[in-house]
Design a protein around this ligand. Structure first.
Ligand SMILES: Cc1cc2nc3c(=O)[nH]c(=O)nc-3n(C[C@H](O)[C@H](O)[C@H](O)COP(=O)(O)O)c2cc1C
Length: 394
């Protein structure tokens, strides 16, 4: 796409990955591709903040060349060591073997476990500032947002925050800024990113934003390392991050099920009707045909999570187990839940779902509902009431 000046003397020199659909292995499905955003700051000293994935190193260097000879870069800032942001590091350093590499203490440790050359690392901590000339870069450590090494960079003279993965979205677009894209789409991808990556660290997100507010930093642009740059609406994404970070929930239920012969599906549909009759916004997903990242995104702001499976070989259908395993790792907060399903003889699915929901910290508000083989009309009425009663608790 070529270098783009995003602020006076600050250039986007990253790369667009139009084709990627599976991010860090199979765990995050990037339906809309992504970008790796690297930022070049031109002053008396030249700095590059964040790098790109190894496959895009040449593209980044080409973009840098449109602004300056890469060998003129004095400083490299590694806000986050994960390979999508540092993979291009060895290639870059061939041009600038003596450049100073700024990173957090954990960042240096992680860099040394990824790249084994002899580089000039300089460890920085919150409050440290380097002067480039007229511009400065201030560092803010952000451990576990989302790795121990993570940090933000801040250019006070441009009121520009470079927070790496925070506030980012996996969205490939030829338009770099929020006001040039469909804001609903950008926000939906930001929500998906938060739900699937940052949900376990919600309280840390809130603390970090409060810390930055207290520091009194003026921010009129947030340029993350993936996706769209917040130029016109930085306050909107900060507000959303506070909301998601607090684990704020709505009158909303997500029902996730799977079925072999449709009995559990019939139960699920009747329960959904019960929830809806109480005015609860409800989403129903069949685990085996729905992207688990999309289900998790819907769960982020839902009060209730109902999970269902028929019994197969004394336990739940594996797709439901996969979903529950993902959910457990993300440590959702402030949620209520329940389990249900059909069985034939010895049961097992509902008890195992309940066990998993409890381990996840979801408060079970009703005893599991189990129906032998095919539900009758009476059973379906009971399912409707089951949903209605849960609806009253939401
Ligand atoms: C391969 C297979 C294994 C099953 N294993 C069990 C089992 O271990 N215990 C049990 O109670 N029912 C078992 N069942 C019976 C189902 O749970 C029962 O048919 C149920 O009504 C299916 O509900 P569904 O239509 O929602 O899938 C099994 C069914 C199949 C097809």
């Amino acid at each position: 796409m070529g270098a783009v000046e995003i602020k006076k003397g600050v250039y986007w020199v990253g790369a667009i990955d139009w084709d990627i659909r599976h991010f860090h292995g199979p765990s995050y499905h990037t339906h809309k591709g992504t970008t790796y955003n690297a930022y070049l700051i031109i002053d008396e000293k030249v700095a590059l903040v964040d790098i790109v994935d190894a496959h895009f190193a040449e593209e980044m260097l080409e973009n840098i060349r449109q602004v300056i000879d890469p060998s003129k870069i004095d400083y490299v800032v590694v806000n986050h060591v994960e390979p999508d942001h540092s993979g291009g590091f060895p290639k870059l350093m061939e041009y600038i073997p003596n450049a100073k590499v700024f990173c957090s203490k954990n960042g240096k440790d992680a860099m040394m476990h990824h790249y084994f050359g002899d580089y000039q690392y300089e460890v920085v901590k919150t409050g440290d500032i380097i002067r480039l000339g007229e511009k400065t870069i201030q560092f803010i450590e952000a451990p576990m947002l989302h790795w121990p090494d993570s940090m933000f960079s801040y250019i006070a003279e441009e009121a520009l925050l470079l927070p790496n993965d925070a506030f980012g979205q996996h969205l490939a677009s030829s338009k770099l800024f929020d006001d040039e894209n469909d804001l609903c789409e950008v926000m939906e991808e930001a929500k998906k990113y938060f739900a699937n990556i940052l949900m376990p660290f919600g309280p840390l997100v809130v603390k970090k934003i409060e810390e930055i507010m207290k520091m009194g930093l003026k921010i009129d642009m947030i340029a993350p390392s993936h996706g769209i740059i917040w130029r016109s609406n930085p306050e909107k994404i900060i507000e959303k991050y506070m909301q998601w970070g607090h684990g704020t929930v709505e009158r909303k239920a997500v029902v996730v099920y799977d079925t072999m012969w449709h009995s559990t599906e019939k139960m699920a549909r009747a329960i959904v009707e019960g929830l809806v009759s109480e005015g609860v916004a409800t989403r129903l997903y069949r685990a085996s045909v729905t992207d688990v990242n999309d289900i998790i995104t819907e769960i982020l702001d839902a009060k209730a999570v109902l999970v269902a499976s028929s019994t197969i070989n004394n336990t739940m259908i594996p797709h439901v187990a996969h979903f529950l395993e993902e959910l457990m790792g993300l440590r959702p907060r402030h949620k209520i839940g329940a389990a249900f399903g059909s069985y034939g003889w010895g049961k097992g699915a509902v008890a195992n779902i309940e066990k998993k929901l409890k381990e996840t910290g979801i408060q079970l508000v009703k005893e599991g509902l189990e129906i032998k083989y095919v539900p009758t009309e009476e059973h379906l009425k009971a399912c409707f009431e089951y949903g209605k009663e849960i609806g009253k608790m939401i």
